[in-house]
Every structure is written in structure tokens, then in C-alpha cells.
Design a protein around this ligand. Structure first.
Ligand code: MRU
Length: 342
């Protein structure tokens, strides 16, 4: 992704140090932070310094590899304990589990301590590289359904910041724009944490893609007026029946889009599909601190004495989804069994 005219990835590793963009400070401040301890890896995920399903999968993979370097003699018990500790930092995104399990399995396939450490590092890096490449391909497949002149709506941030690079929902928009297609993006602000207003608008602005932030409540207005040609969002977990969990509010957008005959596409790498999860009802939904709702930008907007409820994700049933854009092509949610996982 381009930030201040320079090319960046959301996360990378140099030696045994992890580098990532501090997303809680965007768009006001652009800060790269370094992470050297297991506690800070978990904290970076739970406090959403890094967020978005593929990005936290990458952080999990690098974090586990970093921890393995510090083990005197890497072994199954310690590696599994670190895996379980990191896995608890956010429950909904399947990529976190996928990234952790990839490094665990590769590392435990070796037995000599030095080779295990080397394998942990190499497998984490290859997981992260493959994740970025999957998003690039999502962009190429997604671009085939974006027409010149289209107005697209997206929810939350499923851009490069939510992945290693390119994004999922934003990848087709990037490639369409690069190919000279004239597109416009409606960006839902995405309360309570405002990932649309703070992160998606920032990315689109940096890339020069025409867009406007809209209040979450305004999406139905624009859809009913015929202003929206297509909805594209990301997802944190796809169940094997094609139901998807994504940022709270996605379900509403999908229902209103369906009512107005607007196609709804979900963009996701295959690492987000949980083939062991039968339906959306089986997806664990993270509930976050009520202060995220009670405050806006750290400022209390609700009268003292009132509480809040803060589910971070909701589930959109497969019947509202036109297609799932993956790195292997675009699938109907009912045909996920055609997908091949490496
Ligand atoms: O709570 P967040 O900001 O991690 O939620 C992010 C989303 O809901 C994204 O749409 C999803 O992770 C897909 S990211 C490519």
C-alpha cells in the first residue's frame, strides 16, 4: 500500500523483531512500532494496534515464530501453550487460528532444535507472503466484476491495513482504479471504532480513489435511491454453509442491499474459511468493552449511568451473499466445497 508516497506492508519482520503500523493512531499519526515480546504480540491484537482477519493471522504467525526463537529447546508443550495464548487474543477471525496452526505444524514436523527455530521463521514468512499474494489475486478476480462507472459500498476496513497488503474488499477497488476504471466508494463510517472513517477513507485517499464517508445509518438511503451498484466487504470467518461473520452492521447492509436488488460480494482469502464450522450460528462472536460505544474518540457521549452492548461482529446468512471472491476465483456461497485448501 502507498502511505505518504511510500510503499508499505501492514506487518513485516526484520531479524527477530516484528514491525507494524499503529492503527489506533491513524489517520492523525502514522507510527511504525516494533514488537519483541509475546505479551506485546497478544496486546497488539487485543487492543487492535493491528486488526483485520488476515493481518492478525500474520501477527500470530510472526509472534509464534518470534517466541519459538526464545525457547531453549523448542517442544510441543511450549509451542502449543504459546499458540493457545495468542489464539485467545481475538476469537472471531479464523485467520489467526490458521496462521498459528500453520507455523505449529511446520515447526513440529522437525525435531532438531536449531532446525525447528529456522523452520518456524521460514514458515511464518512464507505464510505472510502467501497471504499478501492471495489478496493480490482477490483483487484481480474482483476486478472482473467491477464495471467502469460503478459505485461500490464497503463496511469497516477490509483494506491493506486489515491484511498484509492489498486488502480483501479494497483489493478489487485498487486494481479497478489502477486499470483506469472510474469508480466511487461509499465508505460506511463503522461505529463504534470507526474503521471506515479512520482507516478505509485514509487508504482510499492515499491511493487517489474517489470516495465519501457516510454515516452508518445512511447506507439504506443511498441504496434505495439506486446510487449503489454493488456491496463488497471482507469477513472474519466463513462457515462451511457460506454464512459469514463480519464487522457489526454488515448483516443490515446485506439485507437492505438484497431488498434493493444490489449484489453483495464478500472478499476473503481461503485462510478465512473455517470448513470445520457448519453454520454462522457456530461462529464465536467477540464482545468488546462497552466504552467503545459509550465514547467517541475517547470522549464520553452517553450520560453517566447508562451502559452499552458491544458485539464486534454479526453474521450474514449465505442467502444474502451473491458471491465470495477468493484467490481461487469467485464462488457462490453454496459451493465452497469446490475450494481447495493447501
Ligand atoms: O474489528 P476489526 O477491525 O478487526 O474488524 C475487521 C473486519 O471486520 C474486516 O472486514 C475483516 O476482518 C476482514 S479484513 C480483510
Amino acid at each position: 500500500m502507498i502511505i505518504n508516497g511510500k510503499q508499505y506492508q501492514t506487518i513485516w519482520m526484520e531479524g527477530n523483531t516484528i514491525h507494524t503500523i499503529e492503527q489506533n493512531k491513524l489517520p492523525e499519526e502514522f507510527e511504525i512500532i516494533t514488537i519483541d515480546t509475546l505479551e506485546d504480540v497478544a496486546k497488539s491484537i487485543s487492543t487492535m494496534i493491528i486488526r483485520g482477519a488476515p493481518a492478525i493471522g500474520a501477527m500470530g504467525a510472526f509472534g509464534l515464530a518470534q517466541a519459538i526463537q526464545k525457547m531453549e529447546v523448542p517442544n510441543k508443550v511450549d509451542i502449543t501453550n504459546v499458540r493457545d495464548f495468542l489464539f485467545e487474543s481475538r476469537p472471531t477471525a479464523y485467520d489467526l487460528q490458521h496462521g498459528l496452526d500453520f507455523v505449529v505444524n511446520e515447526t513440529l514436523s522437525r525435531s532438531e532444535p536449531a532446525i525447528m527455530k529456522k523452520t518456524a521463521m521460514e514458515s511464518a514468512q512464507s505464510y505472510v507472503d502467501a497471504s499478501a499474494e492471495a489478496c493480490r489475486k482477490i483483487g484481480e478476480y474482483g476486478n472482473t466484476i467491477v464495471q467502469d462507472g460503478d459505485k461500490l459500498l464497503t463496511h469497516c476496513n477490509a483494506g491493506a491495513l486489515a491484511t498484509v497488503d492489498y486488502g480483501t474488499a479494497l483489493a478489487p477497488m485498487r486494481i479497478a482504479h489502477e486499470n483506469g476504471k472510474n469508480i466511487f466508494i461509499f465508505v460506511d463510517e463503522t461505529r463504534p471504532r470507526l474503521q471506515g472513517a479512520k482507516l478505509t477513507a485514509f487508504e482510499l485517499h492515499e491511493e487517489g480513489i474517489p470516495h465519501a464517508v457516510i454515516a452508518d445509518n445512511a447506507a439504506g438511503f443511498f441504496m434505495a435511491r439506486g446510487d449503489v451498484d454493488m456491496v463488497i466487504t471482507g469477513t472474519d470467518r466463513v462457515a462451511s454453509n457460506g454464512d459469514v461473520a463480519n464487522k457489526i452492521g454488515t448483516y443490515e447492509k446485506a439485507v437492505v442491499a438484497h431488498e434493493n436488488g444490489i449484489p453483495v460480494y464478500i472478499a476473503a482469502p481461503i485462510s478465512t474459511i473455517d470448513f470445520t464450522c457448519p453454520t454462522g450460528k457456530d461462529i464465536p462472536i467477540e464482545v468488546r468493552d462497552e466504552n467503545e460505544v459509550l465514547d467517541v474518540n475517547g470522549l464520553r457521549v452517553v450520560s453517566q449511568g447508562s451502559g452499552a452492548l458491544n458485539p464486534a461482529f454479526d453474521v450474514t446468512p449465505a442467502k444474502y451473499i451473491t458471491g465470495i471472491i477468493t484467490e481461487q476465483g469467485i464462488f457462490n456461497p453454496s459451493e465452497l466445497d469446490k475450494i481447495f485448501r493447501l
